[in-house]
Design a protein around this ligand. Structure first.
Ligand SMILES: Cc1ncc(COP(=O)(O)O)c(C=O)c1O
Length: 508
């Protein structure tokens, strides 16, 4: 066989028979994934992480004798997939990390097989129109008019960076006519400030650093105990910054803080932003999905945002990564526009979405939202969100009813902040809860989040799986409390086998 003929087996090709190797590989993947899910009985296999690292790092990548793809699929299933976190397991509940909808997985399959790139029309064709259509639809959903526009992002981090970048360049141009994209930061850049709440996402600080403003440019307004921004403090902060000769150019409202799920008073922030002539950015990475639900009113004011971001890989149940940024005035995308002779010429009569993005090559993630909206339906999606909100309240009540557990905050969206507080001295409680979380994780029994609430180490459940029942939470809390009791009775020296006892007992 010629070398080319040998290589062909590794590709999906056009023409008769060109997809047969692909078809076989996908069939093998599907069989392995099916077996994996049918057999998964824990959120993590419980293998010692040190042993796992040893296995994985012992694999020779520069091999002179590569395996067949079939063999490789088996190896990945046995070595990697089996010992990875099972997001779909009812007791995997730590992060804003969703079990993906089948429609999204199917869309990913098209996206990977076709490998379209959304930077230019000549690398995408229909896909460009799909993304544009979904973006326009999102603009209408969030209450923007025809002047608005959007583009897909890899997620909330990229969205926040893009939103603040546009805000900075818009503000600097308005203040001094300076073009940051062309000329770099103005000489007064050290005075530029962004305001968010104390609970706003760390990627805003990251954005400030990346934008050359330094993390100090991110000013935190105090939050109420429930995680929402203190609006009166926002006014004071603006006044203080201005009096100190600083330039607050953007205010960020959060629609769903990562820990509390708190939604800032967006309408109040919009009014203040307008009065102070600052950009208003809304980080709706988490709570944006409420726009589909009966709880839509909780986002009131979002339609006044100059920019907003949504993550579809959170409460829209999409495979990672999938997000979007929307701008109220599409003209502001000009701050992201760079031309390349080979890619997006001014003379092109077909749209090149790279004009609006900080990425060049970009996945066809919009198809996930398209296929989901058309096959699951927006009403069902909204109902899932409403269900999760209601279920979270019920789980919070369940936590509050347990003598050994302490609910640390009333939930706003779908997170529960709590800790184990049975028979532990006050000075040891933080360390105990840390050990409780890592013990449960490493043994593969439950994957809970950990954060800090009012200086206390808190455990966190992030409820993002619409398939769970209340019994799943009863079992989970039972497991957590049993394991905690074992820890208080003298840390199990061999956590793995101790957990097996706990788990067995919990299911009797
Ligand atoms: C409120 C908020 N904003 C932004 C982000 C960053 O999003 P991503 O992880 O998609 O980059 C997160 C992530 O959890 C978040 O909770």
């Amino acid at each position: 066989m010629s070398t080319v003929a040998n290589w062909q087996q590794h590709f999906l090709r056009v023409g008769r028979g060109g997809a047969s190797d692909y078809s076989q590989a996908m069939k093998a993947c599907t069989a392995q994934i099916t077996a994996l899910f049918e057999q998964a009985d824990a959120p993590y296999s419980g293998i010692d992480p040190a042993k796992l690292r040893e296995w994985i790092t012992g694999v020779e990548l520069s091999t002179q004798s590569p395996s067949s793809l079939e063999r490789m699929i088996e190896e990945v299933a046995a070595l990697i997939a089996k010992h990875s976190i099972v997001v779909q397991h009812p007791h995997c509940i730590a992060h804003l990390h969703t079990p993906p909808l089948l429609a999204g997985i199917a869309a990913d399959r098209f996206a990977s097989a076709q490998n379209l790139s959304l930077d230019s029309w000549d690398q995408s064709g229909a896909a460009t129109y799909v993304e544009q259509h979904v973006s326009n639809w999102l603009c209408r959903l969030f209450g923007y008019d025809a002047a608005a526009d959007g583009v897909f992002t890899s997620g909330g981090t990229q969205g926040n960076i893009m939103g603040l970048l546009v805000a900075r360049d818009w503000a600097v141009h308005r203040i001094s006519g300076h073009d940051v994209q062309r000329d770099g930061l103005p000489d007064y850049h050290g005075r530029l400030r962004i305001i968010g709440s104390a609970k706003s996402h760390f990627t805003l600080r990251k954005a400030a650093a990346i934008m050359g403003l330094g993390q100090r440019a991110m000013v935190a307004v105090p939050s109420h105990a429930d995680g929402t921004m203190k609006i009166e403090a926002l006014e004071q902060t603006l006044d203080q910054l201005k009096q100190a000769g600083l330039i607050p150019f953007a205010i960020v409202g959060t629609a769903g803080t990562t820990d509390h799920g708190a939604i800032d008073d967006l309408a109040a922030i919009a009014e203040i932003a307008k009065r102070h002539q600052t950009w208003f950015h809304v980080d709706a990475a988490y709570g944006g999905a409420l726009i589909l639900s009966q709880n839509k009113h909780r986002l009131a004011g979002i339609e006044q945002a100059d920019s907003l971001i949504v993550d579809f890989h959170k409460l829209w149940f999409q495979p990672i990564g999938c997000g979007a940024i929307l701008l109220k005035d599409a003209k502001n995308f000009r701050h992201l526009l760079q031309r390349a002779e080979y890619l997006n010429r001014e003379t092109d009569d077909l749209p090149n979405l790279v004009d609006k993005s900080i990425s060049a090559t970009r996945r066809f993630d919009a198809l996930k939202v398209w296929m989901t909206a058309r096959s699951v339906g927006v009403d069902a999606l909204g109902s899932m969100v409403d269900h999760l909100l209601a279920q979270t309240q019920a789980v919070a009540r369940l936590v509050a009813q347990q003598d050994e557990l302490e609910l640390l905050a009333a939930p706003h969206l779908t997170t529960i902040l709590f800790r184990y507080a049975g028979a532990i001295g006050a000075s040891a409680i933080d360390d105990f809860n840390r050990r409780l979380r890592t013990g449960l994780l490493k043994a593969g029994h439950a994957i809970l989040g950990e954060t800090t609430v009012d200086g206390k180490i808190a455990l966190k459940m992030t409820i993002l799986n619409p398939c769970l029942t209340m019994q799943d939470f009863v079992d989970l809390l039972d497991k957590v409390m049993r394991f905690a009791r074992q820890l208080t009775e003298g840390s199990p020296s061999h956590t793995e086998s101790s957990c097996e006892t706990v788990s067995g007992a919990a299911h009797v």
